[in-house]
Design a protein around this ligand. Structure first.
Ligand code: GRF
Length: 195
């Protein structure tokens, strides 16, 4: 963490991704704004082909590809890197791996995730399909703390949108993603202010 103008704290962030990385991109974009209270210092992916890695590379942000299935050694490598970069908050953004329990313990209250539904409804995958199948009137996006249970930690920020009769899983996906891109930076700032 460094201090600017004696009163604005800038916190270091790590973002974990597995694929497209559109949320990573919006998080980085927001960090470049004058008023932002964070900077992305580290991007970690379990997938070397994750498109999102290009956003980190373009901005010269340190990025690591880690095969999470391999061993405890690799998790140690992540912890070392998180310490080295003085990371205050870990943001999961489309990260498809389950982290080990001891990692959650170590970073208790310091890992957050984004999920494309109104949690506690529709945890897990294929959220938009299920929303349409169940003829929900609303859906949305949730940013929450991560604990060892899937999509179950304390909610930080949640916003909803209307599901119209003509909506399909694809149209809903687009609308929710747009909302995600606005909400994740907002939620990050909210968490950091309270650290
Ligand atoms: C987003 O819809 C997010 O809510 C979910 O996975 C998707 C990741 O998209 N957890 P992207 O990789 O950020 O584009």
């Amino acid at each position: 963490m460094k201090k600017l103008n004696g009163n604005l704290n800038i916190f270091n962030l790590a973002v974990f991704i597995s694929g497209r990385g559109s949320n990573l991109n919006s998080i980085i974009k927001h960090s470049l704004k004058k008023k932002s209270n964070y900077q992305v210092k580290l991007v970690i992916s379990n997938n070397k082909n994750a498109k999102g890695l290009t956003f980190a590379k373009k901005k010269g942000i340190k990025n690591l590809v880690i095969d999470f299935t391999k061993s405890k050694q690799l998790i140690k490598k992540i912890i070392l890197e998180l310490n080295k970069k003085d990371i205050k908050l870990i943001c999961l953004a489309g990260f498809m791996k389950i982290l080990p329990g001891y990692f959650f313990k170590l970073y208790n209250g310091k890992i957050i995730n984004i999920h494309p539904s109104l949690l506690p409804k529709y945890k897990g995958l294929r959220t938009h399909e299920r929303v349409i199948l169940n003829k929900e009137k609303f859906t949305g996006c949730t940013i929450h703390y991560v604990n060892r249970y899937l999509d179950s930690g304390k909610i930080i920020l949640q916003k909803k949108i209307k599901v119209k009769k003509i909506d399909t899983p694809e149209t809903i996906k687009k609308k929710v993603l747009k909302l995600e891109h606005k909400m994740y930076p907002e939620a990050i700032e909210k968490v950091l202010i309270n650290l």
